[in-house]
Ligand binder design. Structure first.
Ligand code: SF4
Length: 372
């Protein structure tokens, strides 16, 4: 089996391609997959589509041809992450300024870096699981009863832009009652390999929609794939004014784009919130130095290990700066045409919080305390 390598160089993991094929051919398995936001704007490049072209509909169609039973969009997991993470941000602001900000938690390479290099900041990293893990936990709960009735078991597969997600899925913290929230992670390039192996004419596919009932996600969830996307989505959730003008103002705060460290200040009630967005672990280190020394104070810091964010993950087709920029533009374009911009307006999210899966179980299913 071949191995996939994480950009930090810290994580090398075996491919799960054979396991996924085996599950697909096993009639006793229900193979349920989720596809990360960044995958849709890069996978098509291998089939001659322009970088940034959103091919999520074709990806769903190809995956059904490959034999995946059910396909979903991880952007729903991102919507859940923002719902939970902004609660933590508001609590942090309520407490008043401390030495450390609330750090984001959706990048597993960043978590690993903090665990090994900066254990002092671990209490300040959000307890939110990543979108992949949140959605994985929800999906395992959702199919539990149906599996028992039908005598099958659900295998949860995630298509992700990086190899670090494989190690994340295998962590003991994400295995509840001996059941993993996500069983296998395939990178974008591994999914491309499956599509090529079967000889699917990707460009000729008619786009398809994801399965019900998790078929709607917001634009906020989709922009998670770009550096600054988590912060922008969080701001949309916490500001009182949700008008198009206000959302435009957030867009122009300076948190979009490829600059390695971006800083913004946003008035929120009687406070001014200081935010930083950093991508690349070397840049995160620089930012941590000024935070540690007390030179700078922030309330919220988004960290992504890959420069540019997940669109540039090591599990994506190889890219240079122009392709990365086009992929990023593709995600923002998807957001701009999406009918639902805010995670709290997503009816699927409403139903989840009101329904039996998440009611009184948000802590158990959506949060994590790493054992290090
Ligand atoms: Fe993976 Fe890179 Fe995204 Fe982190 S930033 S989750 S390492 S693709």
């Amino acid at each position: 089996q071949c191995a996939a390598v994480c950009p930090t160089g810290a994580i090398t993991v075996a491919s799960n391609l054979k396991d996924v094929w085996k599950a697909i051919y096993d009639p006793k398995k229900r193979v349920v997959a989720q596809v990360a936001p960044a995958v849709r704007v890069a996978l098509g490049e291998e089939f001659g589509l322009n970088p940034g072209k959103n091919s999520i509909g074709r990806i769903f169609a190809a995956m059904r041809m490959l034999g995946f039973d059910i396909v979903f969009d991880t952007s729903i997991g991102a919507d859940l992450t923002i719902m939970e993470e902004t609660n933590e941000l508001l609590e942090t602001l309520e407490k008043g300024p401390g030495k450390y900000p609330l750090f984001t938690s959706c990048c597993p390479a960043w978590i690993r870096y903090a665990e090994t290099q900066h254990p002092e900041i671990l209490p300040y990293i959000s307890s939110c699981k990543s979108p992949m893990e949140m959605f994985g936990a929800v999906l395992k709960e959702y199919y539990k009863e149906q599996d028992e009735k039908e005598g099958v078991s659900t295998v949860s597969v995630a298509i992700m832009p990086c190899a670090a997600k494989k190690s994340e899925a295998a962590r003991e913290e994400f295995i509840r009652n001996d059941v993993a929230d996500v069983d296998y992670v395939l990178t974008t390039t591994e999914l491309i390999r499956m599509i090529k192996e079967i000889g699917i004419q990707f460009n000729n596919l008619e786009p398809q929609a994801p399965n019900m009932p998790f078929s709607i996600s917001s634009g906020s969830g989709v922009i998670f794939g770009a550096t600054g996307g988590v912060t922008e989505a969080a701001l949309r959730r916490v500001v009182a004014d949700k008008s198009p003008t206000s959302l435009k103002e957030i867009e122009y705060l300076g948190i979009r784009g490829f600059e390695s460290i971006k800083v913004a200040e946003v008035p929120l009630g009687d406070k001014v919130v200081r935010l930083a967005v950093v991508s690349g672990l070397g840049n995160a280190e620089k930012l941590l130095e000024v935070i540690e020394s007390g030179e700078e104070h922030f309330d919220f810091v988004e960290v992504m290990a890959c420069p540019g964010g997940c669109i540039a993950g090591a599990g994506q087709p190889f890219s240079h700066r122009p392709e990365k920029e086009q992929r990023t533009a593709g995600l923002y374009k998807s957001d701009s045409v999406s009918q639902i911009k805010l995670c709290e307006d997503n009816p699927v999210i409403h139903d989840l919080y009101e329904g039996p899966i998440l009611k009184d179980r948000t802590h158990e299913l959506l949060h994590v305390h790493y054992k290090h």
